[in-house]
Design a protein around this ligand. Structure first.
Ligand code: F6R
Length: 260
């Protein structure tokens, strides 16, 4: 696992957007797995800026969702489908045809989850999966004690996660209890995992995930199993890392040709 400590969220966004641009240069139709929430917004903004500047061609890129609320009315502005269309697909100038997501409104949720795993495989698999991290260590919406081998399925949000996400809704009561999320096993199939964490509230979860034991109690620790996992953290999110100096020195000495 590579840990990169950046000065702030904007620097993290720029670094990861550059990695995506590099990927698309070699594989123009790459499938990008995108996360929602506040953390990845600087990545999407930096990538959209590169597109406007003509620094990267995203016209053949494809985008897929990591997770989705269950039970929000179709077109709800906070459904993750709406968020990804608004924050990623539209700013990059992509069409909805380039977008894959699970159906959170399906009558048969289990079938919708299985269909999404199949769709990802049929699309050739995810090339680069962006991840955020919950204050409880979740990735996607794999809450603590999710199976490390899990596939896309329905999960129940913890009270902590519902409270964390209440800022996107008018009240806590409106935050759904259930979600569809790519499983940890599904996430681990992506060719490159890139987790961005910013802010002091993520420091403990980051330290447990990167330096703690592999444990279902800390779902993001599953990144330790992946052969190409990159964790980008700002100074605040890095503040509980025991090996911070080592991570800084390693990245400072990294040959540029290696990229992320
Ligand atoms: C969202 C997702 C979640 C978030 C996490 C952090 O698609 O998968 O794991 O990444 O809850 O959310 P923020 O970035 O809002 O702190």
């Amino acid at each position: 696992m590579e840990v990169v400590i950046v000065p702030d969220a904007a620097a993290g966004g720029e670094l990861i957007a550059s990695a995506i641009a590099h990927l698309l240069t070699g594989k123009p139709d790459a499938l990008l797995g995108v996360a929602t929430g506040s953390t990845p917004l600087p990545i999407y903004q930096a990538l959209a800026t590169k597109v406007r500047q003509g620094a990267v061609d995203v016209s053949r890129a494809r985008v897929c969702q990591l997770d989705e609320y269950v039970g929000l009315p179709a077109g709800h502005p906070e459904s993750y489908r709406s968020v990804v269309l608004r924050e990623v697909v539209a700013p990059l100038g992509l069409s909805e045809d380039a977008f894959l997501g699970p159906d959170g409104g399906a009558a048969d949720i289990a079938a919708a989850c299985a269909a999404y795993d199949r769709a990802l495989a049929e699309a050739g698999g995810v090339d680069l999966q962006l991840l955020g991290i919950g204050t409880d260590g979740h990735i996607g919406f794999n809450e603590p004690c999710s199976s490390l081998a899990s596939r896309t399925r329905i999960k129940t949000l913890t009270q902590q996660t519902r409270e964390d996400n209440a800022r996107f809704f008018d009240s806590l009561d409106e935050v759904p209890h259930h979600v569809i999320t790519q499983g940890i096993g599904t996430i681990l199939e992506a060719r490159h995992l890139v987790l961005l964490a910013t802010g002091e509230a993520k420091a403990e979860a980051v330290a447990l995930s990167v330096e703690g034991p592999l444990s279902a109690l800390v779902p993001a620790s599953a990144l330790q199993l992946h052969p190409h996992a990159t964790v980008v953290v700002d100074e605040a999110a890095a503040s509980e890392l025991k090996l911070a100096d080592y991570f800084r020195a390693t990245y400072a000495a990294k040959p540029a040709w290696q990229h992320l």
